[in-house]
Design a binder for this molecule. Structure first.
Ligand code: HDE
Length: 721
């Protein structure tokens, strides 16, 4: 039996594998696809200088033909995405529960390729859409490929795979006019949702700030479904997968998200790319919630229901490994676009449950690659190729790369000596978990799936007031864009089954009433209305509040300011000492400083030294940064006061609850803003405005301490007034 070499596997094993397919034209001749050197790539072959082009011009024909076929269909969902390479290291504490190889040994570095995505938008749409984010990880293990194809939200909209095409048709741009792009704020989406009470828990999450992350690097990830770990004795333990980001879980605010979409639609893509290029490698820890088979029915929800999560207070998350992303792809199309994930790519030691959403996914992912990547040989595309030895009797098909030798392509055979031969379980052969299934075929939903509101309420109740307000505002925005009154009413009716205050606040924003028994919901679907009325199941709920569901209360968030981006607003005459003092402490803590100048190249300090400008004020906005600092320097501040963009920069930073720092004369620039009254009201500290006047002794440190809080949420109340 072949034993994989588990010791000291270099982290770049997949990189070595990809090297075989890399091509670099440096110092090489330009050639045709056939390797013929090209003498003139600028002119087609013509009958005379001004005559028609000749069909025999094989160089032109080849070039144009290839160009004509450059595009492949984009993913039907998750079309917009960004990816990176890295590695995973197990802590080896999961070995008790699963026999899967890559989780056994902490010396093994398993190469990974991770693709993050939005769901609804097209390939070229904005990163900052209000949307779920995909979080798909391909592990190139020594036993084959394992794909953990998850999202940044631990549950889903629907319970049964048969509703997925309907959900996606509803959320995608409407079919008659293909609008709106990368947005759920339109009638077809809310029409569907208002008739699908099972989506209410997910709606709470997607209307929360989880749907507008600050960065892919600051998102949690979840496997969503309940999977199984299988140990050596074939014992099964239910498992829920979690990714916990080292940088904490953070979001932007909605006004910021829509402004980022205009300023830099590639915001998340750029953020991931630049972090990796600059050596700030993003990290996550892999966590699992483990539930013994015997406890399957001990919860007030069904473990097979993908609209439910297992509260961390009931089953804590055990960390079993860490993942580091340390290399950007070389070629977007070859790697990020052609990577094909599939929740059905599992290994010995990991298996499925009967979650009906997962079961449907197991069919869909291979099927979609057949049309997206053009045929059944997509596993041969370098990014999809396994590192484990691969031998079988699958043959031929479009674009087959492998040259299978010999005359045998069937099993069993005697002519090939019985090869390739089957592996016994002890030899690493995969055998499905032998779950006993004894049932009749039915098209039915289990009664245990019928409580659609308890966990929606759990989520809403677990949020801080700030976060609840964001959910209310998101719903006011989304439903405010809905044109059909009956859809809005139905939605408010469903919200009233989650939380009356929530429904009332949303209804107030829409200018409608919350439906009551006297004035019931208008279902808007004629005679069938009664069929769609939903009577919520009353269930005894054990978990009433879960702090892990709130990003603000989340205990995994540290106060790190690592990789936070701080804008320094500067012009000629800026005080270099003031810049350097703040820059030094920020960079020592791993933050990044960007000099924003009144021109695009360089400015002169008060002592006439040249300071390189990172961005011209004209090309950036406060929404692209985590905080803003105005260094001292009278002339610089005077010049900035003349720039509307500088004042707008500060006003937006204030509105989005970001830390604002100003050194000596820098404070005068704050006097020209909407929040200048704060300076006289002495509310500066709790309001996140850090001036050298008020904090003369520990100015820089105070700035950093407040920056570590991510946002000064308390400010939001008076910003709104
Ligand atoms: Fe997917 N999903 N999905 N999905 N999904 C796809 O596969 C599908 C679901 C997820 O970066 C598609 O290769 C069905 C849940 C991610 O390449 C497609 C159902 C979760 C990605 C597909 C679901 C996901 C996809 C489109 C319900 C979180 C992007 C292109 C039964 C656990 C992967 C492709 C990447 C992509 C089908 C529901 C996550 C069409 C039928 C739940 C992260 O096959």
């Amino acid at each position: 039996m072949r034993q994989p070499d588990k010791k000291n596997i270099p982290e770049n094993l997949k990189q070595n594998d990809l090297e075989k397919n890399k091509s670099d034209g440096t110092d090489q001749f330009l050639t045709t696809d056939q390797g013929v050197k090209i003498n003139d790539d600028n002119n087609s072959l013509k009958a005379g200088e001004r005559g028609p082009s000749l069909l025999e011009d094989f160089i032109l024909r080849e070039k144009i033909t290839h160009f004509d076929h450059e595009r492949i269909p984009e993913r039907i969902v998750h079309a917009r995405g960004s990816a990176a390479h890295g590695y995973f290291e197990a802590y080896s504490n999961a070995a008790k529960y699963t026999k899967t190889g890559f989780l056994q040994d902490s010396n093994v570095k398993t190469p990974v390729f991770v693709r993050f995505s939005t769901v609804a938008g097209f390939r070229g749409s904005t990163d900052l859409a209000r949307d779920v984010r995909g979080f798909a990880v391909k592990f190139y293990t020594q036993e084959g490929i394992f794909d953990l194809v998850g999202n940044n939200i631990p549950i889903f909209f629907i319970q049964d795979a048969s509703k997925f095409p309907d959900l996606v048709h509803a959320v995608k741009p409407e079919p008659h006019n293909e609008m709106p792009q990368a947005a759920s704020a339109h009638d077809t989406f809310w029409d569907f949702i208002s008739l699908m009470p099972e989506s209410m828990h997910m709606i709470m999450w997607t209307m929360s700030d989880r749907a507008i992350p600050r960065s892919y690097r600051m998102m949690e990830g979840f496997g969503v479904h309940t999977f199984r770990f299988i140990d050596k004795s074939n014992k099964s333990t239910f498992v829920k997968f979690h990714w916990k980001p080292k940088l904490g879980t953070h979001a932007v605010v909605w006004d910021e998200a829509i402004k980022i979409s205009g300023n830099d639609p590639d915001f998340h893509r750029r953020d991931l790319w630049e972090a990796i290029e600059s050596g700030n490698f993003p990290e996550w820890e892999l966590g699992v919630q483990l539930i013994p088979e015997a406890d399957e029915h001990k919860f007030d929800f069904d473990l097979l229901d993908p609209t439910k999560l297992v509260p961390e207070e009931l089953v804590p998350v055990t960390l079993i490994g860490k993942m580091v992303l340390n290399r950007n792809p070389d070629n977007f199309f070859a790697e990020t676009e052609q990577v094909a994930f599939h929740p059905g790519h599992v290994l010995p030691g990991i298996d499925f449950t009967n979650d009906p959403l997962l079961q449907g996914r197991l069919f869909s992912y291979t099927d979609t690659q057949l049309s997206r990547l053009g045929g059944s040989n997509f596993h041969e595309i370098p990014i999809n190729r396994t590192l484990a030895p691969m031998h079988n009797n699958q043959r031929d098909g479009h674009m087959r790369q492998e040259i299978n030798t010999g005359r045998v392509s069937y099993f069993p055979n005697s002519l090939g000596g019985g090869c390739p031969y089957q592996a016994k379980i002890e030899e690493g052969g995969f055998a499905s978990f032998n779950e006993r299934v004894d049932a009749q075929k039915v098209r039915e939903r289990s009664k245990s799936f019928s409580d659609h509101f308890s966990q929606a309420k759990l989520f809403f109740d677990s949020q801080t007031e700030i976060e609840q307000n964001h959910i209310i505002n998101a719903l006011r925005f989304e439903l405010g864009k809905v044109e059909t009154p009956a859809i809005r009413e139905r939605m408010v009716g469903l919200l009233s089954l989650v939380d009356m205050k929530l429904a009332q606040e949303v209804a107030n924003g829409l200018g409608i009433l919350v439906p009551t028994p006297e004035k019931p919901i208008n279902h808007g679907i004629g005679a069938d209305a009664d069929k769609n009325k939903h009577e919520p199941d009353k269930v005894q709920v054990k978990t009433l509040i879960s702090d892990a569901l709130s990003m603000i209360k989340n205990k995994n968030n540290s106060n790190t300011i690592q990789t936070r981006n701080i804008a320094f607003l500067c012009s000629d005459g800026v005080d270099a000492i003031s810049i350097n003092a703040m820059k030094k402490v920020l960079e020592a803590k791993g933050a990044t400083v960007k000099i924003i100048g009144t021109n695009a190249t360089a400015i002169k300090s008060s002592t006439n030294t040249e300071i390189k400008v990172d961005h011209s004020l004209l090309t950036v906005s406060s929404v692209l940064f985590d905080a803003v600092f105005v260094p001292s320097g009278k002339k610089s501040v005077n010049a900035l006061q003349q720039q509307e963009k500088a004042i707008e920069f500060l006003n937006d930073a204030y509105k989005h609850c970001k830390v604002i720092g100003a050194d000596k004369e820098g404070i005068e620039l704050l006097n020209a803003t909407n929040f200048s009254f704060k300076l006289s009201n002495k509310m500066i500290f709790e309001d996140g405005i850090i001036t050298s006047d008020a904090f003369s002794d520990n100015f820089e440190q105070t700035f950093i301490d407040i920056l570590g809080k991510h946002r000064i949420w308390s400010r939001e109340k008076h910003v709104a007034k």
